[in-house]
Ligand binder design. Structure first.
Ligand code: FAD
Length: 271
């Protein structure tokens, strides 16, 4: 569906909130907590993505000389059925979407597809652990809003104090962890935090979303060292160091410590 930029809000030095509007967005369904959308972004110099000239099977085909749009995965942070959608985008080193949000202007248009995926948050936990880096803070706020009032630990990793986001944590306290401005350190602060954490007893659930390598290390630790059943975990690689357009369905299920039934239970949540 088409969406037009109404304004772009500078939330922190590295985070921009894109306010999108338009009649098409009235049809948008917000989906489950932590669901994702695909943004179709135009090439530099263009104010809207081109439409395909046709399709070969499911593959869009563009006319000669037309630069196809670039697709990236984001979280539909907040939706108003009157046709208003907000997306928060992290500006980081070099990346198509990161560059786009710095050059985009009010009046420019993009295409939005989805939402898909997300977590049907189980309500029977004695405790919950929510761990995210800055790309997953929008999704984490949705997960937090869907949790029952139980014991909760929230750890959010950003590069430094100025990147803390004063946004709807639903009255919950979060531990803000700083990793510094070196992307190679991504996920290390939350990994260290989780390793040192004293977890409460009883049935617990963890939702972890961050850089893909860090996510795997945290997943391995929670299953292997803490004995948390894989079906009580949702672990998502939101981006991967050195890889452009990391796939949106990376749940870390290639880990050998995940028995097959866990893979099935998480796969059901996939788009
Ligand atoms: C389900 C899901 C929901 C997501 N929701 C959001 C969201 O709401 N907001 C948000 O900002 N991101 C979100 N992301 C992450 C976002 O899709 C990635 O960060 C994406 O790679 C950004 O695209 P890009 O074109 O800027 O960079 P790409 O072209 O994909 O990557 C270029 C280079 O930048 C690096 N890179 C990518 N992201 C980062 C980063 N954050 N920090 C440092 N280096 C990076 C890559 O490793 C690569 O080397 C989500 C991802 C998933 C899977």
């Amino acid at each position: 569906m088409w969406a037009t930029i109404e304004r772009i809000e500078q939330v922190t030095e590295r985070v921009r909130r894109v306010h999108l509007g338009g009649d098409d967005l009235r049809r948008f369904e917000p989906g489950l907590p932590g669901a994702h959308i695909k943004l179709f972004l135009p090439a530099p110099g263009e104010s809207r993505p081109p439409l395909p000239a046709g399709y070969e099977g499911r593959r869009a085909v563009f006319a000669d000389g037309v630069v196809p749009p670039v697709l990236r995965t984001y979280t539909p942070l907040r939706f108003d059925p009157r046709g208003h959608l907000e997306v928060e985008m992290v500006v980081h080193g070099e990346g198509f979407a990161s560059d786009w949000v710095q050059r985009a202007r009010a009046g420019d248009s993009i295409l939005v597809a989805g939402p898909r995926g997300g977590w049907e948050v189980p309500q029977d936990g004695a405790w919950y652990l929510v761990v995210a880096d800055e790309t997953a803070i929008p999704a984490a706020t949705q997960v937090l809003a869907a949790l029952p009032d139980r014991e909760l630990v929230v750890a959010l990793e950003v590069i430094g104090e100025g990147e803390e986001r004063r946004m709807g944590l639903g009255g919950r306290e979060a531990q803000w962890l700083y990793r510094g401005d070196d992307a190679r350190q991504a996920g290390m602060a939350i990994e260290q935090f989780v390793r040192q954490l004293e977890l409460p007893g009883g049935r617990g659930y963890a939702w972890v979303a961050c850089e893909a390598g860090a996510m795997r290390r945290i997943r391995r630790h929670l299953i292997g060292d803490r004995g948390i059943p894989p079906e009580h975990l949702v672990t998502r690689g939101y981006w991967k160091l050195g890889v452009a357009d990391h796939p949106d369905g990376d749940y870390g299920l290639d880990e050998t410590d995940s028995p097959p039934h866990a893979a099935t239970s998480q796969r059901r949540r996939k788009p």
